[in-house]
Write a protein that binds this ligand. Structure first.
Ligand SMILES: Cc1cc2nc3c(=O)[nH]c(=O)nc-3n(C[C@H](O)[C@H](O)[C@H](O)COP(=O)(O)OP(=O)(O)OC[C@H]3O[C@@H](n4cnc5c(N)ncnc54)[C@H](O)[C@@H]3O)c2cc1C
Length: 491
C-alpha cells in the first residue's frame, strides 16, 4: 500500500510521523494525459466525492474527461488510512441508507451489506461523561439520550411543530430561510431559562461538535436542516449521521467510483494543484506549475474556504465572491486515540468549555484489542480551539480533560485539516445569513464553468451525501450542454 503525504501518526516509540498508508493514493500519479492543444469535453477539478462522481458520470457517457487533483490521493475530505490492520477515517466517516446519493453508490458497487456500527454497548465502562463548566459527571447512555432529546429538540423546535411545517421536504432546494438571520448563540439565548447550567454545557458541546464555533458564527439554518434531515426526531440525526460507517473504509467506496471512471476512459493527473481558470469560447485551466489544459466545460469541486486562492477570468459574480470571502465556519480538529485495553469501548463524552476537545466517542476495538476513540475539538482558530502541529502533549491533555479515568494512550492519528491548503477547514457549516444571501448564487453556472461541492449542495449539505449529489447534478448539466451543442452543430 502507498503512503499518502496527508495525515500524522504518533506512537510513544516513533513520535509524530507525517504520512499514512492508504488505498486512496493513486499510482501512477498521471495517466493518459491529453496531447498539447487538445480540446477535451470536460475537466473536473478535485477528486473528492463530488469530483469522483462527476468524473465517473462523464466517463461512462463517453465524454473525454480529465481529472486534476492537488493531492496524491482520491477522496478529498473523506479518506481512510490503514495502520496495523485498522481503518482510521481521517475525515468524513458516517453514512447511512437514509442518505440517498451515497447509499446509491454503495448499492451500485455491491457494498450494501458492508457496514460497521460505531457505538457499541457492553464495554466495562458503558457510560457517558459530561464535563460542563468545571463539573464532571458520569451517567448512563439512556440519561445522555434524554438530555440530548430535551436540549437539541427544544433548540430546533422554532415553529412548535419540530420543523415538520417549516422544513417539510428537507432534501428540497426551497427550504425556508426564515431563521437564517439568527446564530446558534441567538437561539441559545432565547431558550436558556429552560435549562440548567449542566444542560447548557451539554447543548453547547453538541452544537460545537456540529459547527465548530464560535456559536455566534454558526447560522441556525444548518442546525435546523440537520434536525429535519434526521426525520424530525430528537435522536434521528445521531442515528443517521453518527452511527454507521462502511467496513471497507471510505476510500474503499471512493476507489470503486474512481476505478470505474478509469475503466470508462478517464484521464487524470494527481499532485497537480490548479491556479487559474479562464473562460472564453472554451475553458483553459492552468496548474501551479504552468501546465495548461483546455475543455468545453469545467466542473470545479474546490471547497468554499479554498476557492479564494484560485484566479478566475472573467471574475466570479460579486455574490459568489462575497460567499467565498465569508467562507464556512467549521474548522474543527478530529483526532483518533487508541487507549490501552478494550474496557472503554462503550464510552462517550462531551465537554464545554473543553480544553481543545469537546466530544469523544469510542468506536470499536483495534486488532490489538485496544479501544479506538474518535474525538472532535472546536474550530482550531476559535478561542477554545487547539493547534495540532508539535503539540502531542496538548492533544493528550485535551483527551485527559474529557476522560473519567486516566488511560494509557498508545496511538494518536489525525489530519490537520485547518492547516491543509486544499481544505482550510472540515465539513461545511455556514454562518448566519449565508444561505439566504449566497446559496442560490453559488449554485449558478459561471459561463462554461460549474462550481460543485458538498459545501453548497441542497439536501445533506456539508456531508458526503451532498458531495455525491453535487457530482451527479453537475455532470448531468454538462452532459446535457455537450449533447445539445453537438446536436445543434449537426443541424
Ligand atoms: C474531519 C471531517 C469529518 C467529517 N465527517 C463526516 C461524516 O461523518 N459524514 C459525512 O457525511 N460527512 C463528513 N464530513 C464531510 C465530508 O467529508 C465532506 O462534505 C465531503 O467529503 C466533501 O466532498 P467534496 O468532494 O464536495 O469536497 P472535497 O472532499 O473537499 O474535495 C475537493 C477536492 O478538491 C481538491 N483541491 C482543492 N484545491 C485544489 C486545487 N487548487 N487544485 C486541485 N485540486 C484541489 C482537494 O484536494 C479535494 O480533493 C467530514 C469532513 C471532515 C473533514
Amino acid at each position: 500500500m502507498q503512503t499518502s503525504r496527508d495525515g500524522v501518526h504518533w506512537t510513544p516509540k516513533t513520535g509524530a510521523v507525517d504520512g499514512i498508508p492508504s488505498i486512496s493514493v493513486i499510482e501512477p500519479q498521471q495517466f493518459h494525459l491529453p496531447e498539447d492543444g487538445e480540446l477535451l469535453d470536460a475537466i473536473v477539478i478535485g477528486a473528492g466525492y463530488a469530483g469522483l462522481v462527476a468524473s465517473r458520470e462523464l466517463a461512462i457517457q463517453k465524454k473525454k474527461v480529465l481529472l486534476l487533483e492537488g493531492r496524491d490521493r482520491i477522496g478529498g475530505r473523506t479518506w481512510h488510512g490503514t495502520i496495523d490492520g485498522f481503518n482510521y477515517e481521517m475525515g468524513g466517516t458516517w453514512i447511512h441508507w437514509h442518505m440517498p446519493h451515497i447509499y446509491h453508490e454503495m448499492s451500485r458497487y455491491g457494498l450494501q451489506n458492508d457496514w460497521i456500527v460505531s457505538q457499541v454497548t457492553g464495554g466495562q465502562h458503558d457510560i457517558f461523561t459530561l464535563t460542563a463548566y468545571g463539573h464532571q459527571a458520569n451517567m448512563s447512555h439512556e440519561r445522555e439520550t434524554e438530555m440530548f432529546v430535551k436540549t437539541w429538540g427544544t433548540f430546533c423546535n422554532v415553529d412548535g411543530t419540530f420543523l415538520r411545517e417549516s422544513m417539510t421536504y428537507p432534501l428540497s432546494a426551497n427550504l425556508t430561510t426564515k431563521y437564517d438571520h439568527l446564530s446558534c448563540q441567538d437561539r441559545i439565548n432565547q431558550i436558556r431559562d429552560q435549562f440548567t447550567q449542566q444542560e447548557i454545557g451539554f447543548l453547547e458541546g453538541v452544537l460545537l461538535q456540529m459547527g465548530g464555533g464560535p456559536l455566534d458564527r454558526m447560522g441556525l439554518t444548518d442546525a435546523l436542516r440537520w434536525y429535519a434531515l434526521g426525520g424530525f426526531t430528537g435522536t434521528g440525526l445521531n442515528d443517521i449521521a453518527l452511527s454507521t460507517r462502511p467496513k471497507c473504509g471510505q476510500s474503499g467506496i471512493a476507489r470503486k467510483i474512481f476505478d470505474h471512471a478509469v475503466r470508462s476512459g478517464l484521464s487524470y493527473s494527481f499532485s497537480s494543484p490548479i491556479a487559474k481558470i479562464e473562460d472564453g469560447s472554451y475553458v483553459t485551466v492552468t496548474t501551479r506549475s504552468g501546465k495548461t489544459f483546455m475543455a468545453k466545460k469545467v466542473i470545479c469541486t474546490i471547497p468554499l474556504n479554498v476557492l479564494g486562492d484560485i484566479t478566475f477570468s472573467p471574475p466570479l459574480s460579486p455574490l459568489k465572491q462575497a460567499a467565498i470571502s465569508e467562507g464556512q465556519t467549521q474548522k474543527c480538529n478530529k483526532i483518533h486515540f487508541d487507549l490501552a485495553g478494550p474496557d472503554m469501548k462503550s464510552w462517550a463524552s462531551l465537554g464545554s468549555p473543553g480544553k481543545g476537545l469537546i466530544a469523544a466517542l469510542s468506536d470499536n476495538t483495534t486488532p490489538a484489542n485496544d479501544t479506538h476513540v474518535v474525538t472532535f475539538g472546536p474550530s482550531a482558530d476559535s478561542k477554545q480551539g487547539m493547534k495540532l502541529k508539535n503539540n502531542i502533549e496538548g492533544i493528550k491533555n485535551a483527551l485527559y480533560h474529557l476522560l473519567p479515568f486516566k488511560r494509557e494512550i498508545k496511538r494518536i492519528v489525525y489530519h490537520d485539516w485547518f492547516n491543509d491548503e486544499f481544505s482550510k477547514g472540515t465539513w461545511c457549516y455556514l454562518p448566519p445569513k449565508w444561505v439566504s444571501r449566497y446559496l442560490a448564487a453559488m449554485q449558478e453556472p459561471h459561463g462554461n464553468l460549474i462550481l460543485a461541492n458538498a459545501d453548497w449542495s441542497n439536501g445533506w449539505r456539508g456531508w458526503i451525501d451532498g458531495a455525491a449529489q453535487q457530482g451527479i447534478e453537475s455532470a448531468a448539466k454538462v452532459v446535457e450542454a455537450l449533447d445539445s451543442a453537438r446536436k445543434s452543430s449537426r443541424l
